[in-house]
Write a protein that binds this ligand. Structure first.
Ligand code: NDP
Length: 310
């Protein structure tokens, strides 16, 4: 059966997705009309990223799914007009990019690369870093991205603890959950990686009390979401030396305002929400596969649980 697929996303994305998504749909054996402009009542599937043109899904009376281009769905999970199934992006390209960012920034701090960059002065000042096996790392969030990063870090030799909502068992990772688990996970974290979604339960998780549980001189990497951290509490911990450095990719307000204290803070590294990008070629195959599944009556992959909020 031919299907109509509406691409509803910021306009700049259409040029990136039109060809790969068309190709992926055809390779998946789907006879699809793919367009940014279709009568609402004729739309079968909506490929979606938050945009200025569409937030009311009520007119899409026969749409069988909304397929998010992004992994984080906090911007749409509470949209009551989405009454059809909602999926989020799980993309091998996205996962690999996150592994690259997390391991790269973890190794920067582990090897104290900044020290050697700052001391290339002709003075021979050896400073030998510990082995990775002596540097405990904690990853908060053991989903698609957190688990992959935890395993990559463990593969480099770091002792890795992970924390999630539900109990988990992952080879080579000490898996914790619940409030007690969080306290334990934080108390050993010389490097802390945040890969939690933004939900009412995770917002402000890293407040002054939680930051106080970290070993003195810990380093924080946040590619998760800005609101996971209470900014004033982090700035205070950095100023006291309780936290040695924070490498932040995500913020409460993006773009991060030019006068935000993070920009000028010597112990903060800002990256502009580039930790990992959805890659059009691989993401298109994920979307096409889900449409194929829906057409074949198979369960959709990567369904968002509205009650959990992610
Ligand atoms: P998943 O949904 O696969 O995983 C989320 C993890 O967080 C799960 O392990 C989940 O636990 C855990 N979690 C959620 N709520 C809680 C809670 N209240 N307490 C403890 N653990 C909790 O998400 P992904 O791994 O795919 O992505 C994670 C986040 O990364 C995204 O939501 C997004 O915010 C961010 N992201 C950032 C990007 C960037 O470029 N900076 C790019 C892509 C994503 P459980 O397993 O028990 O459900």
């Amino acid at each position: 059966m031919p299907v109509n697929v509406l691409f509803s996303a910021p306009p700049a994305l259409w040029s990136e997705y039109e060809d790969p998504l068309g190709r992926a749909l055809s390779e998946a054996g789907i006879d699809a009309t793919l367009s940014t402009d279709l009568p609402a009542e004729d739309v079968d599937y909506i490929v979606y990223a938050p945009n200025d043109h569409m937030s009311d899904f009520t007119p899409f009376t026969r749409a069988r799914a909304v397929l998010s281009l992004w992994a984080g769905v906090e911007g749409i999970v509470g949209n009551d007009t989405i009454t059809m199934p909602l999926t989020r992006m799980v993309d091998p390209g996205l996962t690999q990019g996150m592994i690259d960012w997390v391991t790269g920034h973890a190794l920067r701090h582990h090897l104290d690369i900044d020290y050697f960059l700052a001391n290339q002065s002709g003075a021979w000042k050896p400073k030998v870093p510990p082995l990775a096996t002596d540097r405990p790392v904690t990853v908060l969030g053991l989903g698609e991205l957190g688990a992959a990063c935890a395993q990559a870090l463990a593969g480099l030799g770091f002792p890795v603890t992970g924390w999630s909502r539900s109990p988990k068992s992952i080879d080579g990772i000490t898996c914790l959950h619940g409030d007690d688990g969080l306290a334990k996970a934080l108390s050993s974290a010389q490097i802390l990686v945040l890969l939690l979604p933004r939900t009412p339960q995770t917002e402000d998780l890293l407040d002054a009390e939680a930051l106080n549980l970290l070993p003195r001189g810990a380093v924080i990497l946040n590619p998760g979401r800005g609101p996971l951290i209470v900014d004033d509490a982090l700035l205070s911990a950095l100023d006291r030396g309780a936290v040695a450095h924070a490498t932040l990719d995500v913020f409460r307000v993006e773009p991060l305002p030019a006068d935000h204290p993070y920009w000028a803070h010597p112990q903060v590294t800002v990256t502009p929400h580039i930790a990992s990008e959805t890659r059009p070629a691989s993401a298109s195959r994920v979307i096409a596969d889900n449409i194929r599944r829906a057409e074949a009556g198979e369960p959709l992959l990567h369904l968002v649980d509205r009650a959990r909020g992610y």
